[in-house]
Design a protein around this ligand. Structure first.
Ligand SMILES: Nc1ncnc2c1ncn2[C@@H]1O[C@H](COP(=O)(O)OP(=O)(O)O)[C@@H](O)[C@H]1O
Ligand SMILES: [Mg+2]
Length: 247
C-alpha cells in the first residue's frame, strides 16, 4: 500500500496550517500548509534559501513563529518551546553543527538525553548503537575523529536517545559520499519499519523521494506543489527544475 492512497484516512501526526515564521522581524515562511500522517515518510525539497530549514526550525521552536497553527497528535503546539516538544516525542536533527566535536561519541549521545534517568539514557545509547552499529566501536573516540558519514549517524543517534516517535531531519545526506548517503537512508528505512514518522528536508531529492510516501516542494517560503512521491518523481516539469540530474 502506498501512503499516497492511505494518507487521506490515516491519522495525522503533524498538521500545519497557515504557518508564517522567520527570524525576529524577517519573515521567511508564507502561509505553509503541510501534513504528515502516522508512519509516513514525507520529504520537503526546494531550491537553496527557500525556507526549508526555517520551516523545521519554526516547528521545533528554534525560529520565530508569527501566525498559523501547528497541531501534533491532536494537541495545538503552535509556538511551543523546544523542550516541551521533545517531551512530546518530537526530535530534530539540524543541518549543521549537529555534534560536539570535542566530546566523545558517548558524551555526544549523553547530551541527547540530558534530562533522562540513567536507565533510560543507557537504553537510548543501546538503541542508537543498535541502529548505527558502526558507532559502537568508536564510542570512546572524539566526535572530531569521525568521518562525515559517521558524524551524521551520531547526530541522528543523539536525536534517538530520547526515544522519539516523530523525527525531523534537515539534509542528513548533504556532502556525504554515495556509500554513506545509502547507509543513512537505510537507517531511516529501518527506523520507519519500527514505526517512526519522518519529515525530511533533502537536497538529494531523488534519493529521498524514492523511499518517501509524499513530497512537498517549497519555493520562496511557500508550498508550490505537493503530491505522492511517485507523482513528483514522474513529473517531467518538476524533474527538470527541482530534482537535479537523473542518476
Ligand atoms: N538566522 C537567520 N536570520 C535571518 N535570516 C536567516 C537566518 N537563517 C536563514 N536566514 C534566511 O532565511 C532564508 C531561508 O533560509 P533556509 O531556511 O536556511 O533555506 P533552505 O534551508 O531552504 O536552504 C534565506 O534567505 C536565509 O538567508
Ligand atoms: Mg537548509
Amino acid at each position: 500500500m502506498t501512503s499516497a492512497t492511505a494518507s487521506t484516512d490515516m491519522k495525522p501526526v503533524l498538521e500545519v496550517k497557515g504557518l508564517e515564521g522567520g527570524y525576529g522581524s524577517v519573515q521567511i515562511l508564507n502561509s505553509i500548509d503541510l501534513r504528515v500522517n502516522q508512519g509516513e515518510f514525507v520529504t520537503i525539497i526546494g531550491p537553496n534559501g527557500c525556507g526549508k530549514s526555517t520551516f523545521l526550525k519554526t516547528l521545533f521552536g528554534l525560529a520565530t513563529h508569527y501566525r498559523g497553527t501547528v497541531v501534533h497528535n491532536d494537541t495545538d503546539v503552535s509556538g511551543w518551546r523546544t523542550d516541551r516538544l521533545v517531551a512530546r516525542g518530537i526530535a530534530y536533527v539540524p543541518q549543521v553543527d549537529n555534534v560536539f566535536p570535542s566530546l566523545t561519541v558517548r558524551e555526544n549521545m549523553q547530551m541527547g538525553g540530558i534530562r533522562l534517568s540513567p536507565g533510560k539514557l543507557t537504553d537510548g545509547i543501546g538503541r542508537a548503537c543498535w541502529t548505527f552499529p558502526d558507532l559502537e566501536p568508536r564510542i570512546s573516540d572524539l566526535a572530531a575523529s569521525l568521518s562525515g558519514g559517521e558524524r551524521q549517524m551520531l547526530a541522528i543517534s543523539r536525536a534517538l536517545i530520547s526515544n522519539p516517535s516523530f523525527l525531523l531531519l534537515d539534509e542528513p545526506t548533504a556532502a556525504l559520499s554515495p556509500k554513506y548517503q545509502q547507509q543513512i537512508m537505510g537507517c531511516i528505512d529501518s527506523l520507519r519499519s519500527q514505526g517512526m514518522t519522518v519529515l525530511l528536508v533533502e537536497q538529494n531529492a531523488r534519493l529521498s523521494l524514492a523511499r518517501s510516501d509524499r513530497g512537498y516542494i517549497f519555493s520562496d517560503g511557500k508550498v508550490v506543489h505537493t503530491g505522492s512521491a511517485d507523482s513528483i518523481l514522474d513529473d517531467p516539469d518538476i524533474g527538470t527544475y527541482f530534482l537535479g540530474s537523473q542518476e
